[in-house]
Design a protein around this ligand. Structure first.
Ligand code: DP6
Length: 320
């Protein structure tokens, strides 16, 4: 009655922001992401009839914050009449700081819980279950370049290019290690209710998805860079214009953008993207990764830098 799975976070190049169905956590828009390789969350789920309540440890310390969401994910996967579970999570990067820790956590727990419950699901079902817990987690079930499509009454994720077919690098500049003030779930609802730009965001998303999909198919870095930066800044402009306004950036975030602009001016193949947090993710051609990493590391206010390639989807851990 136990299963252990590992999943990597993903970084959206065309963002998910806003929900069309809060109850079922269905996104208002499709999205495209890259699954990372070196960052990971490992989840061990053990169902135990003798337990009176679910328990969770994160990096070996008891944790109450994530427990309710993880417990409802277990209910979805294994049924509400499941035994209580012992959940152990380990993660090698800062949690809840805009680094998609929820994506890797819910993708991993979905796969681990299915194994622990003795259930075999196809990829579409696993993505839907993970996405119900956290929209971006649906994409971490798969590897490489992943598109999440909004279907009639559901979502569907598919790999549109394997990691090995366009092995880009991602340099994450960490400008703040603490958790963010407003979680993305709440922030996107505030955006939907109050931002004057929200409806045009939803209307334009299909066009951005089409552009990014063709850039990825053609491995056209310039085209992908341009649409990804545009889509990212558009998402943040929705937040800035919300009431209350939500600005996740700090001064170092802005300095990292200047670093990326400077590198682009020197002919370096790099572009930025930023999620619901102050960290900057610089996506670059592998031959430029050293200069991008060194430049971001020496940018004032950058506390740490993590570099990663693109990786696989969530999977059970061998021998666990
Ligand atoms: C800015 O997947 O964390 O990272 O579905 O409410 O859990 P919930 O939201 P979540 O939102 C991710 C938002 C984003 C963009 C993205 O990953 O596409």
């Amino acid at each position: 009655m136990q299963g252990t799975a590992i999943a990597q976070p993903n970084i959206a190049l065309i963002k998910y922001w806003g929900k069309r169905d809060v109850e079922r956590n269905l996104p208002a828009v499709g999205s495209i992401s890259v699954t990372l390789r070196e960052l990971y969350t490992r989840m061990r789920v053990e169902f135990d009839e003798s337990l009176g309540a679910d328990t969770l440890t994160v990096n070996e310390a008891p944790d109450e914050i994530m427990l309710p969401r993880l417990a409802s994910c277990l209910d979805e996967v294994a049924g509400v009449d499941r035994p209580r579970a012992r959940i152990a999570s380990t993660c090698n990067f800062p949690i809840a700081a805009g680094l998609a820790s929820s994506a890797s956590a819910f993708a991993a727990v979905t796969v681990a819980a299915a194994e622990a419950a003795g259930k075999t699901f196809d990829i579409d079902t696993l993505s839907s279950l993970a996405g119900r817990a956290s929209g971006s987690a649906a994409r971490s079930i798969l590897g490489g370049f992943v598109e999440l499509q909004n279907c009639d009454d559901a979502i569907r994720c598919r790999t549109i290019k394997d990691a090995g077919d366009w092995p880009l690098s991602v340099v994450v500049a960490i400008t703040e290690k603490g958790p963010k003030a407003v979680g993305s779930t709440e922030a996107m609802e505030i955006s939907r209710r109050t931002s004057p730009f929200y409806s045009s965001w939803v209307e334009q998303q299909q066009e951005d998805l089409d552009t990014a999909r063709s850039a990825i198919a053609e491995r056209d870095f310039e085209k992908l860079a341009s649409i990804a930066e545009h889509n990212c800044l558009k998402m943040h402009s929705i937040m800035w214009a919300s009431r209350p306004p939500m600005v996740y950036w700090n001064a170092a975030t802005m300095r990292c953008l200047q670093t990326v602009r400077q590198l682009q001016g020197e002919g370096i193949g790099v572009f930025f993207t930023i999620d619901a947090g102050p960290q900057v993710k610089a996506v670059c051609l592998p031959e430029h990764v050293d200069v991008v990493e060194a430049s971001l590391r020496s940018t004032a206010g950058v506390a740490d830098v993590m570099t990663t390639g693109l990786g696989e989807g969530a999977r059970l851990e061998e021998g666990a």
